[in-house]
Design a protein around this ligand. Sequence first.
Ligand code: XMP
Length: 317
Amino acid sequence: DWTPAAFIGETVARIKAQVGNNKVVMALSGGVDSTVAAMLINRAIGDNLYCIFVDNGLLRKDEFQQVLDGYKHLGLNTQGIDAHERFYRELAGVSDPEKKRKIIGRLFIEVFHEEGVKIKDVNFLGQGTIYPDVIESMSVHGPSATIKSHHNVGGLPEIMNLSLVEPLRALFKDEVRRVGRELGIDEIFIGRHPFPGPGLGIRILGAVEESKVKMLQEADAIYIQHLRDSGWYHKVWQAGAILLPVQSVGVMGDERTYEFTCALRAVTSVDGMTADWSHLPYDLLAKISNDIINKVRGINRVVYDISSKPPATIEWE
Ligand code: XMP
């Protein structure tokens, strides 16, 4: 019978045998998969695992620092790289979703490569690939292959001439979570909603600007905090705020406003392939809407997305 403890024992031994005294470099994302994979590799080879966590400027509010602190706390040898200005510069004026994804993916590889080569004598690349990723990358007609280009580090092993270390390749997400808990990883990592690689870059419809990132980060943080406080965070599979390129008229005091619209998305799902919109209580939606409109300058209207997947996707871009 499969147990997390047995899996950890076997996997750590296998990594030791594969890597020996060599070094492994790995990109962390703050997500469950890369965190659990890194912890397994760290158990096997300690500080010979070099983790890199890139701030692309498109993470949630305060997430870069919080996640970096979390990694340090877990004992992972992690370097945080603040590259946000570079991402904003290259994204300036680009509004096509697929172009934005490509730019974000390319820059990520560039930054990771630049940092990776500074570590001498690395032979291996660690990755948090899980079984559904393996299946998806094999199917030519997989939904994300045809509908959206996926943001991953494809090409990196070849560019850097590295062999892969992928301890989670045979696991499903729920098994990854069980292994993570067995390894003592905090619920902050284990219970975290999925978050797309291109981050807020695909939740700001149209061109990404720093001021819009700030606006969306504030609205999103208020939204997520309300979900946590009300106990809804763990009932939904994924949630986030989206900043629309739509301005509309409002009133504030005696003033007429003409400001942006924020859409809220929350879905229930098993694997992200299909999803239903979450039936959040009206009272909760009312509080969230009031809070966002009162506290976030630049947003004067909040709408709730009641579309299911298919035919709508979870993300808006
Ligand atoms: P969609 O929008 O296709 O999203 O219904 C399904 C799941 O995939 C995530 N997603 C992405 N993840 N890079 C990622 O790493 C991407 O480009 C990307 N696009 C969508 C999305 O957040 C949801 O969990």
